[in-house]
Design a protein around this ligand. Structure first.
Ligand code: TEU
Length: 520
């Protein structure tokens, strides 16, 4: 594989293993299913695959509760299969990224079981945040899924869990915790992983003494200064292997976010600001500018994410008013949605994000234009639903197994009956499908890269987002124009259309909610 800094402009496909492809027909996606579909992924035109946690896990939080970081869950396959998968993917030019969850382990992890067995005051408990028995929780913190992030053990002690009670937080002040994770990184790099996605990367470090929120000038567990030293030592490990560190860093402040992106820390991190913006040219441009200006000084490539396994599917999000994608207060049951509108916008958004400088993350099923599914309450599995007291539908609606062909098979989450129409097999035969749009765009993008920074065009026209980039190889101009306004927009004179997200009007005019790539 040629370029060493491949991640700077890669298209990375997120495989949610449990719902990608079911190789053994038991209703749960698995590694055999992924291996069988590797030609599909290579044909799609992506550069790398990121696998959500595939480790041994009770699946209390879809695998983000890991019982053994060095074993594959039997529901998904074996370690041997994972190694084969990584090698086969490599043979097709696809790099593999594994998901590392350092903030917490499963309550079935041997460390936590040992801590429970050893009892209060034991060294085993020092790997976690245990506090002595008391009538009230040890502090006033609110968990990431809402509610009190403390639970009691049978002996009355409390332990901290920022997510569910099945996900006890590790004590990152303890040297054994740091040592263990560096060994886990090596374990996967030794097996061919090209990088890691670091889960909840800004949460690991907790303020000394776990002070109450009210007493803390700085947030006691978000974006702590201690984190930077942890990632510097991870970077040393990654550099030995030429591997990439990708942070899941949720921070509203763009400059604080950029502090993690340094030559001696993370290579790159997800940009959630863009995802949270509504379909509006001023909002999206503001986010693009903010992203570019915060990344430029640190020399890190921007990233573009339209969806992942935690947020509303793009066609649904863009087809409703006021849905910023994120769970809790913003996710609701039965919101009126215009899927046709949402699909048109999602197609335009695909061309927009794939034309921006940096890397792009594509969540499985987005290339099929899948909408958010409404899961009947009694079948919802996401713990976020229960922790919201049942008011939030949780994240299962974007985690439904992919429809590959014909009628959906029975699976761990119900596949809506009308999803046969979205199947990959059917879309492969339809030249106008979302799948063929993504294939064409990814292929074309590859041929246009590497390209220079973007130059905005038509900045005075509030209805359009338009910018150009120069292909390095021959100086050819690559223009992207997205029209948000009700009237058709004229492309720059003399420019020749390369690919459009929908039908163009007579004379090559660009209709509303349509994007076009042109060559000047
Ligand atoms: O998500 C992290 C996450 O959701 C929080 O860090 C975030 O602060 C919050 O959602 C803001 O709304 C990751 C995984 O992507 C998710 O699937 C897991 O449930 C979670 O970590 C726990 O491991």
């Amino acid at each position: 594989m040629p370029r060493t800094q491949w991640w700077r402009d890669a298209a990375i496909y997120q495989v949610y293993v449990r719902s990608f492809a079911d190789g053994d027909g038991d209703g749960t996606g698995d590694l055999a299913g992924v291996r069988a579909r590797l030609p599909y992924l290579a044909g799609l035109g992506v550069d790398a695959l990121w696998f959500t946690p595939w480790y041994r896990s009770p699946l209390a939080d879809g695998g983000y509760d890991i019982a053994d970081y060095r074993a594959i869950d039997p529901a998904f396959g074996t370690l041997d299969e994972a190694e084969k998968l990584i090698a086969e993917a490599g043979g097709l030019g696809l790099r593999c990224i594994v998901d590392i969850v350092p903030n917490h382990v499963s309550d079935r992890h041997e460390w936590f079981r040992a801590a429970l067995a050893a009892g209060p005051g034991s060294p085993e408990r020092e790997l976690f945040h245990f506090r002595p028995a008391s009538p009230e929780p040890p502090n006033d913190w609110v968990g990431e899924f809402g509610g009190v992030p403390w639970s009691r053990t049978e002996d009355g002690e409390w332990y901290l869990h920022l997510f569910t009670p099945q996900q006890p937080d590790l004590n990152w002040g303890h040297p054994a915790v740091r040592r263990e994770h560096e060994e886990v990184l090596r374990f996967w790099f030794d097996r061919g992983a090209a990088g890691v996605r670091i889960d909840s990367a800004a949460l690991l470090a907790k303020a000394d003494g776990l002070p109450p929120m009210a007493a803390s000038r700085e947030h006691p567990f978000h974006d702590r200064p201690e984190l930077h030293d942890i990632y510097r030592s991870w970077r040393r490990v990654a550099d030995e292997y030429g591997a990439v560190l990708i942070g899941e860093v949720w921070l509203p402040d763009a400059d604080r976010f950029a502090r993690y992106l340094r030559p001696d820390e993370l290579h790159t991190a997800f940009n959630f600001d863009f995802l949270a913006r509504p379909w509006d040219p001023a909002e999206l441009w503001e986010s693009i500018e903010l992203t570019l200006s915060s990344h430029a000084p640190v020399g890190a490539p921007p990233t573009w994410v339209l969806a992942n396994h935690d947020v509303t599917r793009t066609v649904t999000r863009y087809g409703r008013a006021g849905d910023t994608g994120f769970a809790f207060e913003r996710k609701r049951f039965s919101v009126p949605t215009d899927l046709e509108l949402g699909t048109r916008r999602a197609r335009a958004a695909a061309l927009l994000t794939l034309a921006l400088p940096g890397s792009v993350y594509l969540y499985q099923g987005e290339e099929l234009g899948l909408p958010e599914a409404e899961i009947p309450r009694e079948l919802i599995q996401d713990p976020m639903h229960a922790r919201s007291g049942g008011t939030d539908p949780g994240r299962d609606g974007c985690r439904v197994p992919l429809p590959w062909d014909g009628a959906p098979d029975p699976s761990w989450l119900p596949v809506p009956a009308d999803w046969a129409g979205y199947s990959a097999e059917r879309q492969a035969r339809d030249p106008g499908s979302m799948l063929n749009l993504y294939r064409a765009a990814l292929r074309l993008r590859r041929s246009l890269l590497p390209a220079g920074p973007l130059r905005r065009m038509r900045a005075d026209d509030p209805r359009v987002l338009c910018f150009a980039r120069t292909r390095e190889q021959d100086g050819a101009e690559w223009i992207c124009l997205v029209n948000f306004g009700p009237e058709d927009a004229a492309p720059p004179p003399g420019a020749e259309p390369l690919l459009a997200s929908g039908p163009l009007s007579e004379g090559g005019l660009v209709p509303q909610d349509t994007a076009v790539w042109l060559r000047a």
